[in-house]
Design a protein around this ligand. Structure first.
Ligand SMILES: N[C@@H](CCC(=O)N[C@@H](CS)C(=O)NCC(=O)O)C(=O)O
Length: 315
């Protein structure tokens, strides 16, 4: 198998989710740093438009969204599992809540003016403004919580997580599962990127103790790669046909009246209106795959989960 190449940046919470899962599964990985704000020409050469962070590259296959990346990593190394059989439905449903409701409450709290001041304290003066404008442009298709409402929700969610962490070392038992990694990353941002606001955790010591256990998992063995080298690796590789890539299924499920072979676009349902366009080569019960050509990366297959993404006929 080609190397696992994670395109990410250090302060990205969703990237932290995947870095820890790579560490948990003891999978060695290559690290390519992407800019935190657009434009991201090297990332888009691989994804075809998708600009969110992180994404995973394996040769000329590009896997977008951490829920799909979790499935890929589970396929590559099933043990230790992210989805214990007795928690199969509930751990994914919990993770979906954590990646959305909990994440946005945490970030609404984290990036209130006092937090943003800490994040950008050492950055060039126009960086905070550029970041705010970039994220505003990404948020056109969603409602964002205001700091007061985000704080109220975050406090309640922390108490609920504490209820779970008081019972056992990890949220659903003695071992971590996908729920722990999904619940952790917004809280990680509070602890590491905006410590000036971390006193919100004082009311729930069980959350801090659980977070210490998740943090101790670490990121595993990482080596650095440039984005130019990652693109060259894609150009030199053949994308894998549906059924023999790192996804579990390939049977066609048509919910849109769009046949395989059609030109389509795929866009996040919310946060990030940029579309990826290509030929639909798979639409399974779990994911979509597009084939696209890029001047630098060559023929690339780009994969998205079904949940959270909008499929449309192009044009
Ligand atoms: N549902 C996506 C969410 C990814 C996401 O929102 N990532 C943030 C960074 S943590 C992002 O893309 N921010 C804008 C950017 O990095 O360009 C996933 O699970 O991968």
């Amino acid at each position: 198998m080609n190397d696992l190449i994670l395109h990410h940046y250090p302060s990205s919470p969703f990237s932290e989710k995947i870095r820890l899962i790579l560490g948990h599964k003891k999978l060695p990985w290559k690290s390519v740093l992407v800019p935190a704000i657009a434009p991201k020409p090297d990332a888009v050469a691989l994804t075809g438009g998708y600009r969110r962070t992180p994404f995973l590259q394996v040769g000329a296959d590009v896997y977008c969204d951490t829920t799909l990346i979790c499935d890929v990593l589970e396929h590559v190394r099933p043990d230790p599992t992210l989805y214990p059989p007795h928690l199969k439905g509930v751990c994914r449903i919990f993770a979906q809540w954590a990646d959305t409701s909990l994440f946005w409450a945490a970030m609404g709290y984290n990036l209130q003016p006092r937090g943003a001041a800490q994040v950008f304290a050492k950055a060039p003066p126009d960086m905070a403004k550029a970041f705010a404008e970039d994220r505003k442009a990404m948020s056109t298709n969603m409602a964002r919580l205001r700091p007061g409402d985000a704080t109220s929700a975050y406090r309640s969610y922390l108490r609920r997580i504490a209820n779970m962490a008081e019972e056992h070392d990890f949220l659903f038992g003695v071992e971590p599962c996908v729920a722990d990694f999904a619940a952790y990353h917004g809280i990680w941002y509070t602890r590491t990127q905006v410590p000036v606001l971390a006193d919100i955790l004082n009311a729930t010591p069980a959350v801090a103790e659980w977070a210490n256990r998740v943090e101790a998992i670490g990121h595993g063995a990482m080596t650095k790669l440039t984005s130019a080298d990652a693109i060259a690796l894609a150009a030199a590789a053949e994308p894998q046909p549906p059924g023999s890539n790192l996804l579990i299924d390939s049977a066609f499920q048509d919910d849109h009246g769009i046949p395989l072979g059609a030109r389509v676009t795929i866009t996040p349902e919310s946060f990030g209106p940029e579309a990826t366009e290509g030929e639909l080569i798979a639409a399974t019960r779990t994911h979509y795959s597009l084939r696209r050509q890029d001047a630098r990366a060559g023929t690339v297959h780009v994969h998205f989960p079904r949940i959270g993404y909008v499929l449309r006929a192009a044009g």
